[in-house]
Design a protein around this ligand. Structure first.
Ligand SMILES: [Zn+2]
Length: 212
């Protein structure tokens, strides 16, 4: 007699739809965007939401690239709004921001986001421009010229400026035994965690990571 549960299933079904069972080596499940309200309720607590555009900044990456707790979303939105205002962006011409999805550490609990582009330019490109200016300044024939190269770069480099604005704002997570959760290409030079390892610095050469 063949009773209930006596045969093996290699696929489970949800409301009659087969779903594949994933096995991921790292133990991190791939993000699956909810495609129905019922599934959203089972996959994600309702308080976790994509970071929305503000008045003066627009999120141009897909919503699933930056899902955050309400605390992180609010803190970062205020920081971005203020940064956009300080740098002359308007409702008609808002600041474009792109996120990319991280998988490790506080990303797992939606307490961290990664910013990959500011005003249409990648953080990695902003960082290269910064490094080139620092090299030019180092090779400048006199201190006045050196200062003016650095000052000009501090004025125009929106990647650097966003990093400094996030640092100045503060309030980022610092889990016990770990450094403040603000990392990017400028961390070694500007802090807060100036002793960042080569490996960590390399991992953040093209984005800014913040967590709350
Ligand atoms: Zn990250």
């Amino acid at each position: 007699m063949r009773g209930r549960g006596s045969f093996r299933q290699d696929r489970r079904t949800i409301r009659g739809r087969p779903i594949r069972l994933y096995r991921v080596a790292s133990g991190v499940l791939p993000y699956v965007p909810p495609d129905s309200p019922g599934e959203a309720a089972t996959n994600t607590p309702p308080s976790i939401q994509p970071i929305a555009s503000g008045k003066l900044f627009r999120v141009v990456s897909p919503p699933e690239q930056a899902t955050a707790t309400p605390q992180l979303a609010q803190h970062l939105s205020q920081a971005l709004e203020q940064f956009a205002q300080a740098n002359g962006f308007t409702e008609e011409k808002p600041l474009a921001i792109s996120f990319g999805r991280g998988t490790l550490g506080l990303h797992r609990s939606n307490r961290a986001v990664d910013i990959y582009a500011v005003d249409g330019k990648g953080i990695g490109v902003w960082a290269q421009e910064w490094n080139e200016a620092v090299r030019r300044a180092a090779a400048a024939p006199n201190p006045q010229e050196r200062e003016s190269i650095v000052a000009e770069q501090k004025q125009r480099n929106l990647g650097y400026k966003l990093y400094k604005a996030l640092q100045a704002r503060g309030g980022w997570a610092q889990p016990p035994g770990y450094p403040v959760q603000l990392f990017g290409p400028w961390t070694r030079g500007e802090g807060p965690h100036k002793r960042i390892s080569d490996r960590m610095l390399r991992a953040h050469r093209d984005h800014i990571h913040v967590a709350k």
